[in-house]
Ligand binder design. Structure first.
Ligand SMILES: Cc1cc2nc3c(=O)[nH]c(=O)nc-3n(C[C@H](O)[C@H](O)[C@H](O)COP(=O)(O)OP(=O)(O)OC[C@H]3O[C@@H](n4cnc5c(N)ncnc54)[C@H](O)[C@@H]3O)c2cc1C
Ligand code: SF4
Length: 445
């Protein structure tokens, strides 16, 4: 198999350049500073968008960053990865007749300033003497831990990987977010007093009962699992899409890219894999999907982007068998699909047409069909909803004092970084409230 023919750093360098001070000022001046601004309503963390933009317009970048942090501690990541077309910019009143304000890029401008000048939120609350363990240092865990620290609690995050950041570090394509941005954000959370212990796996190195003895509350922010199995012959030689993206982010020397690449799946992860393969020199990249472009789960702008990158699509196509030569893939045997009545997902069920086999040639096949549900739910005996951890309105699981946030609870709607960040913020407030009440009832009795 061919190795990546282009330098990874260059091919996958951050796609959008930072705004210049002049461009940022011009863009900020276009904002109408709407009353009851729809952009703020559309932001899942409800950043006061006109306020932070106004502060950019008046050259108060510190104030702008502080406005963002007051609603969202992970504003740097969100400014890069949020699907702004669907959220704040999609709601901007200027969108219908003019161009919406480039809210994401202005937020990044303020966050880049904060990073360069170490403008971090400051802890004002007195220490409460209460401690919380957070499992997983992805966006949900970092957000929750940071908010709890701001409220005066002692927080320790246990993270199984070598680095914090979760999918921001290991999963989101570098074109959108370089690794260093995610790592710096985790350092900022540490600066609030949060301890991050990496290389510690919950369930292997530490148990729930041990944590319950040392901490007042435990939060699971463990994300989701590996790529599930397709269950087709020859599956062993397929490349795992999440591992493929991770190799491209961590500069792994094991990243190989074929000449003719098939990507199975049609979500954002699949688009990311196809983009990496294309940018690293694959001549043909084709995404293979069982349904049509109407049912694809990737964002519309991602689909447009993929087509601009020269990525092709084979819809209504179901993989049936990997064709091998000397244990290396040479093609994917597929079946034609017709769409039937809606299935449990609410989308038309793909029905393979018997006898419709055909072969798509390929020397590399990547599987990017989502992530497995959190396995810890079953091992801890937690109540679940569609395989995700079930929580109440306060993010508490079926075990008292054990909370869960982020992708591991997202049983409805598309998972996204900003929703994980908001979960972390809301869960921190709920845990704080619960601990305050406990303290008050102990004092009364
Ligand atoms: C390829 C890909 C691209 C994406 N692109 C975007 C995008 O462009 N925009 C967007 O908004 N969203 C995107 N998402 C979704 C987004 O990344 C997630 O919604 C977000 O990261 C969820 O945060 P989280 O903290 O819940 O989980 P994660 O980011 O998955 O973090 C979970 C953390 O928990 C750790 N962990 C797990 N189990 C244990 C254990 N037993 N002990 C200790 N630690 C543990 C993991 O190592 C990880 O660090 C993408 C997802 C993928 C897979
Ligand atoms: S909706 Fe658009 S114009 Fe109005 S405050 Fe938000 S960004 Fe500014």
């Amino acid at each position: 198999m061919e190795s990546a023919s282009r330098d990874i750093g260059t091919a996958l360098a951050e796609q959008l350049l930072p705004l210049s001070p002049n461009a940022a000022a011009v863009e900020a001046d276009r904002c109408l500073y709407c009353y009851d601004a729809p952009c703020t309503h559309a932001c899942p963390t409800h950043i006061d968008i006109p306020r932070f933009i106004k502060k950019i317009a008046t050259r108060n970048l510190r104030g702008s960053a502080e406005t963002i942090f007051s609603a969202n501690l992970l504003g740097a990541t969100c400014s890069r990865v949020c699907p702004v077309q669907e959220l704040c910019e999609g709601a901007c009143v200027l969108g219908s007749d003019h161009k919406p304000i480039a809210i994401g890029r202005l937020q990044r401008y303020a966050m880049d300033y904060a990073r360069a000048n170490r403008v971090y939120p400051t802890v004002k609350a007195a220490p409460t003497g209460r401690s919380i363990a957070v499992i997983g240092a992805g966006p949900a865990g970092l957000s929750c831990a940071g908010q709890l620290a701001l409220l005066g609690h002692a927080v320790t995050i246990f993270e199984k990987r070598e680095n914090p950041g979760g999918l921001s570090t290991y999963g989101i394509i570098a074109l959108r977010e370089p690794v260093e941005v995610a790592l710096e954000e985790a350092r900022m959370i540490q600066s609030l007093g949060v301890a991050i212990r990496t290389g510690v796996e919950f369930g292997r190195d530490i148990t729930l009962s041990a944590l319950q003895q040392s901490f007042d509350a435990v939060v699971l922010s463990i994300g989701l699992g590996h790529t599930p199995a397709l269950g087709i012959p020859g599956e062993d030689v397929l490349i795992d899409g999440l591992e493929f993206i991770e190799a491209s982010k961590t500069g792994s020397t094991h990243l190989h890219v074929g000449r003719s690449v098939l990507v199975i799946g049609a979500g954002n992860t699949a688009v990311d894999c196809a983009t990496i393969a294309r940018r690293l020199g694959a001549e043909h990249v084709t995404m293979v999907y069982r349904r049509t472009d109407r049912e694809m789960t990737c964002y519309e702008h991602e689909y447009d982007f993929a087509r601009m990158e020269g990525i092709e699509f084979r819809f209504l196509t179901q993989p049936a068998r990997v064709l091998l030569d000397n244990n290396a893939p040479v093609g994917l045997e597929c079946l034609r699909v017709e769409l039937g009545a809606p299935d449990a997902s609410g989308r038309p069920a793909p029905v393979a047409v018997a006898g419709s086999e055909f072969v798509l040639p390929a020397d590399q096949i990547i599987k990017a069909i989502g992530q497995e549900k959190p396995a810890l739910a079953a091992s801890l005996g937690l109540a679940t909803q569609k395989g995700f951890i079930a929580v109440d309105a306060n993010f508490q699981t079926s075990i008292a004092g054990l909370y869960a946030i982020g992708d591991c609870i997202r049983s409805t709607g598309a998972a996204s970084t900003v929703m994980a960040v908001e979960d972390g913020k809301l869960a921190a407030a709920a845990i704080h409230q619960q601990l305050v009440q406990q303290t008050a009832s102990v004092q009364v009795s």
